[in-house]
Design a protein around this ligand. Structure first.
Ligand code: F6R
Length: 241
């Protein structure tokens, strides 16, 4: 795994946004794998600026998201579908028909997982953006998820629910389940970039990069990816040296 340590969040965001820019300039029809959460927001802000300044266009890009909460409609302000519109899609020239995210309110979650897994087979990601959970999760693949997993419904761990509660009024409002892309599907992306910012991620970053490859830290599987870059700010990288 290639590791880039940056001075701060803004520098981390700029490096990742430039990786997206390069990918889309090289292939205007690129498929991007996108993450939600706080970490990629700075990168998405820069992508909106690049698009506004006509440095890049999303007109032919496809975007495939990692995960969605079970029980939240796409118009719920806490849903990841809403997050993507608010933080990126509404301000770039992407075609809504080319954006994909699991449906957390599907009548049959099993059928929805199968539908999404099939879709992922047709949309191999040229670049997959990942955030990192404090417990080492990628997507919502929590510790001890098998490395050969495909899209599935997950019971979020108490840690993840507590971490995500900062964005909700109260911890009791945080959904306890999500649909997530599986680890084997994440690993099929041609290129992966994993971002981490802040001291709260330092232990997970260490385990991802220096730790043993084990399902106990799902992100450690990225050591096996042939083209994976970790872009970290100084605080997230603090335990590496
Ligand atoms: C989000 C996702 C999660 C987050 C992770 C970090 O789509 O899949 O793995 O990337 O929980 O979240 P933040 O960035 O909020 O610290």
């Amino acid at each position: 795994m290639r590791v880039i340590v940056t001075e701060n969040y803004d520098e981390m965001s700029k490096i990742v946004a430039e990786m997206v820019l390069t990918t889309v300039q090289a292939n205007p029809r690129a498929t991007l794998g996108l993450a939600t959460g706080s970490t990629p927001i700075g990168c998405y802000k820069l992508l909106k600026e690049f698009c506004r300044d006509k440095k890049m266009s999303f007109a032919k890009v496809s975007a495939v998201n990692l995960d969605e909460y079970v029980g939240l409609d796409k118009d719920d302000v806490q849903s990841y579908a809403y997050f993507m519109r608010r933080h990126l899609f509404d301000d770039v020239d992407i075609d809504g028909d080319n954006t994909f995210i699991p449906n957390g309110t599907a009548a049959s979650l099993a059928d929805e997982c199968e539908r999404y897994a099939n879709l992922l087979q047709s949309y191999r990601r040229d670049l997959q953006i990942l955030g990192l959970g404090g417990n080492g999760h990628i997507g919502f693949n929590e510790p001890n998820t098998p490395f050969d997993s495909v899209t599935h419904v997950v019971d979020l761990t108490p840690n993840t629910i507590a971490d995500n509660s900062r964005l909700f009024g109260d911890v009791s409002e945080v959904p306890t389940r999500a649909i997530t892309m599986g680890i084997s599907e994440i690993m099929k992306a041609k290129k992966v970039v994993v971002l981490a910012s802040g001291s709260g991620k330092a232990r997970a970053v260490y385990n991802m990069i220096r730790g043993e490859i084990t399902a106990a830290c799902p992100a450690s599987v990225l050591q096996r990816h042939p083209d994976c870059t970790a872009v970290l700010d100084k605080s997230a990288a603090a335990l590496l040296n």
